[in-house]
Design a protein around this ligand. Structure first.
Ligand SMILES: Nc1ncnc2[nH]cnc12
Length: 176
């Protein structure tokens, strides 16, 4: 299998190159269960977080451990935007998004219970890879709809096009 080598802080990984759509392959970065990479990336990104940020917001599920480490290192709390609406949610706020890795529409759902943690606050969006920007766009809409201000976007990698608005530790190419 073809791979693409990346460095995250002092950790290196060979990412498998996998097809996700006709004619498009990605260097698959899955930090779930990878304690070393999650810790290394979280520590680096916490140092790059603008001081004015009050709260971190992350979509479930691949960046969850990353948000935990950035939260622990920075002392800032984090809110998880879920992929499904749960029966216990209070007045959920939802947006649809099409992910590059699944090609299918997905939901992003904020529990109304978490709205006070975002409203009137400066938010940093935390994600593993910012690629097409679809997830980012929907997260922004949800955060702004409930009165939060997106002050930063931090990710381990950007992918494909350059994204100057994203603070990232590296960039992944797209493959044919
Ligand atoms: N290269 C990648 N690895 C993991 N998740 C992704 N989402 C978009 N691009 C990705």
């Amino acid at each position: 299998m073809k791979t693409h080598k990346v460095e995250v802080g002092d950790v290196t990984r060979e990412l498998p190159i996998v097809p996700v759509a006709p004619g498009v392959s990605v260097a698959l970065f899955n930090m779930l269960g990878d304690t070393e990479v999650t810790e290394a990336a979280g520590r680096e990104l916490a140092r790059l977080l603008p001081p004015e940020v009050d709260v971190l917001v992350t979509p479930e599920v691949k960046a969850l451990g990353l948000a935990h480490v950035i939260s622990r290192e920075s002392g800032k709390p984090y809110v998880v935007i879920r992929k499904t609406e749960k029966p216990y949610m209070v007045d959920p706020v939802a947006r649809e998004v099409v992910s590059i890795t699944t090609g299918k529409p997905q939901l992003l759902v904020l529990d109304g219970f978490d709205v006070p943690k975002i409203r009137g606050h400066k938010v940093a969006i935390v994600d593993d890879v910012v690629s097409s920007g679809g997830t980012l766009h929907s997260l922004r809409q949800i955060i702004e709809e409930v009165g939060g201000e997106v002050a930063a976007v931090v990710a381990v990698f950007t992918e494909g096009q350059e994204r100057p608005e994203v603070t990232a530790l590296g960039h992944l190419p797209l493959f044919e």
